[in-house]
Design a protein around this ligand. Sequence first.
Ligand SMILES: NC(=O)c1ccc[n+]([C@@H]2O[C@H](COP(=O)([O-])OP(=O)(O)OC[C@H]3O[C@@H](n4cnc5c(N)ncnc54)[C@H](O)[C@@H]3O)[C@@H](O)[C@H]2O)c1
Ligand SMILES: O=C(O)[C@H](O)COP(=O)(O)O
Length: 569
Amino acid sequence: MAEVRDEVEKLQGQTGPVKILITDRIAREGVDFLREQLPAAQIDERPGLKPEQLKAIIGDYSALVVRSETQVTGDILSAAHNLKIVGRAGVGVDNIDTAAATRQGIIVVNSPTGNIMAAAEHTIAMLMALARHVPGADASMKAGKWEKSRFLGIEVRNKTLGVIGLGKVGMAVARRAQGLEMQIIAFDPFVSAEQARKSNVTMLSLEDVLKQADFITLHTSLTSGPNGTRGLIGEKELSIMKPGARLINCARGGLIDEEALLKALNENHVAGAALDVFSQEPIRDNALLKQLVAHERIIATPHLGASTEEAQVGVATDVAEQIVSVLNGGFPRAAVNAPLILPETLKILQPYMVLIEKIGRLYTQLQPEPLRKIELTYSGEIASYDLRPLQAALVKGLLESVSDAHVNMINAQVLAREWGIEIVEQKSTTPAEFANQVTVRVSSESTGSTANQDNYVNVISGTVMHDEPRIVQVGPYWTEFVPEGPILICRNIDQPGMIGLVGTVLGKAKVNIRHMDVGPSVRKARFYDTGRPSESALMVISVDNPIPQWALDEVNQTGTIYGVKMVNL
Ligand SMILES: NC(=O)c1ccc[n+]([C@@H]2O[C@H](COP(=O)([O-])OP(=O)(O)OC[C@H]3O[C@@H](n4cnc5c(N)ncnc54)[C@H](O)[C@@H]3O)[C@@H](O)[C@H]2O)c1
Ligand SMILES: O=C(O)[C@H](O)COP(=O)(O)O
């Protein structure tokens, strides 16, 4: 995440303070936390923005905070040039195009546990309201009536509750319903019968749950595709429900075919339904949804499942903490599209991330051509860590200098794939030449054709010494240099006088040499320009300032030194 910090600093330096945009109402505690922790940041609360308004301003912001109302579409993200993180103050991220965010290297975080209890309690409230007609009776009283016999209810005790989706909320609902002395049956393809039995829940097929339950409550997330949950409860499922059963949905609107539900209610097959979520929110002038919520046996709430003071404080601070962490160069703890790296691991990996990014940059500058395959070998203790950040740093080093792609840990693999680069990793905790070593072996358009002497860099290896990255092998040559700043890299015949030749030219050009290394070949690398095979060496000269072209040409014309290249690391 160093790149995130760098970018944030860049942003701070160039365009004023880091900007955070909040487009749905979140608890004050979350906003206050952001203000306290990021005092220099500009925090804008703009609820109710239209999509085109959001698109027009999103480019200025580094972080965006939403609940379920703001639709963070691919179109909006396409204008989010500075966005590092989208924070969802809640659980569901179906209003965020996470695939587009991933492609753009934007982290999406949520609060996976902050509103479980709120959603579970709302479900129980809906269950009891359905059983005892609480909203209808209240409306009747408010209309000045006393309709005692109209609102005959049922008890939930000894009734069967069918839970579809026995995850965090589903299980919390099951436990609470057990307290009401209900029998719990459930359908969830990802929960084992044995695991459920420990909680006194009987797992059945979807069909059996639908046939046996007096109340059915939905708690799956909304997913699309062939095995997705969209339309999970359609006409067929409603028809096999026990006649007179009641349905509750406090999960996601798209799980139920709303037209089929209206039909089942009108045919009196379903006795009632309690809905907190809808396929279109707010429902505005959607005729079907207006008809549905107006139905006398429907209880409707405007997506209130998470709307408790406690849950809102929980989800807002949860997300605010993660935004602060990411904008400060750290890691989020609940990223939807990024691997979790512990801070202690990150501290160990940080110098290797710098090293491997420099290896990528060095390769691209020495041998700029399309890559096919990268073989990454880690040896030593470093190999025992989660090394995904290193792979990302390498892709960043390789691609950023040749494209305008913004590469980070989120999108590195996607981008590598898009560029047709296959990355293979090998790990061994046994040290190689150095205690910890990272070796990058590259197959490109021309590697493998040893006859092409300019393309000798099929491997670059490095290590970390005293927290400082060092390159220790370039192609067939041993070397040792710190990959930092302007560096001249060339090859020479392995014979006396070569260093003096280069030194004289650089002296004439008034370029100060900071460090010099002449590395022999790992295996016999040949120097071909002389017409006779002789051994070659790699000369690496770190300089304080760029070398003028005439001086580079002069070095190149010596006849004994060739392949002269300036790189900037
Ligand atoms: N109304 C609200 O305000 C509110 C508040 C919180 C959560 N939610 C929603 O509630 C739902 C559940 O949240 P959670 O935190 O419990 O999620 P979760 O991921 O913990 O649980 C979802 C469960 O659904 C199961 N599942 C997946 N596909 C299934 C399928 N085809 N059939 C049956 N089960 C399937 C999964 O195995 C998992 O156990 C989500 O849609 C969430 O967005 C709504
Ligand atoms: O997914 C969630 O967390 C809930 O549906 C709550 O959504 P909300 O934050 O818009 O109330």
